[in-house]
Design a binder for this molecule. Structure first.
Ligand SMILES: [Zn+2]
Ligand SMILES: [Zn+2]
Length: 345
């Protein structure tokens, strides 16, 4: 009996195997077609009524396989605006199937590497994959220097690809970004840098000494307001930018946890790490002070990003926002890579 069953199973296996073998071309073709028909996600371009946000990176300079560094996509009026593009951002945007060749403009908050490390591959990918106009990259004074450096580093790549592909040779300028530097008049703290089809974007000076200037950005569309803080300590200079924001996408620093970790680092002989931790405390946004300011400014939804330390373990997740709820009564979210939000919902 057992032998009969085994024999029947073997016969079935052989029959199934040979069927798959003879159909293999069709299976392979179907897999190829499925891959080719994988569409980019255009929902951020299609939705012209609401502001949509994709958190494409929640990281900081601490390298992590689980997080891209600073990266926030905000879509409004059928256009996609990218705020910062730290290391891992291009991969993260690809994971969310964002058509990177259709970005309206990139905005860099400041020139710490975790905020622009992926700018070069972003410009390059847009050019290779069908962009027809050079990408505008807005940032503080220094933007031109950064883009000139990228252009120099990518000059050979541009030559090789243009020699090989007629469509790239026709658009050689697209291989390089166009720098737009934000300049402030004496005493001025905010400058309108974009105003088109009902979308306005203001650059605003934030407090991230010794990085000067460091910028945040305020986007407005259809009566809604979004503040992207970049890196900043909690400071009265940010109050106007935060005032009545429907969404404040703010850098976040769980200082109570870092302070608690420093003596332990020293006990473990990690003096270098302890010193780095101590030096980062003054120029980032302490969560408790941030909660107080967000409440005072009437922020409706506070989204924490640029997370320090990374809330990757159960304990850190539990403790990360500890005490914030006592001060901030609005909606509070700890961002995750790949998170999508609709402003006002
Ligand atoms: Zn940073
Ligand atoms: Zn920074």
């Amino acid at each position: 009996m057992v032998r009969k069953v085994l024999f029947a199973a073997l016969a079935l296996l052989i029959a199934g195997g040979s069927l798959a073998w003879f159909n293999r071309d069709r299976l392979v073709d179907r897999a190829i077609q499925a891959r080719l028909q994988q569409e980019p996600d255009t929902s951020f371009l299609d939705d012209k009524d609401r502001i949509r946000v994709l958190v494409c990176g929640t990281g900081s300079p601490e390298v992590s396989s689980a997080r891209a560094q600073a990266c926030t996509l905000v879509a409004a009026g059928g256009k996609m605006f990218l705020f910062d593009v730290g290391d891992g951002s291009v991969h993260s945007l690809a994971q969310s199937r964002i058509p990177v060749n259709r970005l309206e403009r990139v905005f860099i908050t400041h020139f710490h590497s975790d905020h622009f490390g992926d700018l070069a591959p972003l410009i390059n990918a847009g050019w290779i994959w069908g962009r027809t106009t050079p990408l505008e990259v807005q940032g503080p004074i220094g933007m031109k220097q950064v883009l000139d450096g990228i252009a120099q580093a990518y000059a050979l790549d541009e030559q090789y690809r243009s020699a090989n592909m007629p469509h790239l040779a026709r658009n050689r300028a697209v291989a390089f970004g166009v720098p737009l530097e934000v300049e402030f008049a004496e005493g001025q703290r905010a400058v309108r840098v974009y105003d088109k089809d009902g979308v306005t974007i203001d650059a605003t000076l934030v407090a991230h000494d010794p990085v000067k200037p460091a910028l945040g950005y305020v986007l407005r569309y259809k009566g809604r307001k979004v503040f992207v803080s970049g890196d900043t300590e909690v400071s009265p200079v940010n109050f106007e930018a935060m005032r009545d924001a429907d969404l404040a996408i703010h850098e976040s620093y769980a200082a109570h946890m870092v302070r608690r970790a420093i003596p332990q680092m020293k006990t473990l002989g990690m003096d270098f790490e302890a010193e780095v931790a101590e030096r980062t405390i003054p120029y980032h946004a302490d969560n408790i002070a941030l909660a107080k300011q967000a409440e005072e400014a009437g922020v409706k939804h506070l989204l924490l990003t640029h997370l320090i330390p990374y809330p990757d373990s159960f304990v850190v997740r539990r403790m990360y926002t500890e005490g914030m709820g006592e001060h901030f009564k609005g909606k509070l979210t700890v961002a995750e890579d790949g998170m999508v939000l609709v402003v006002g919902e």
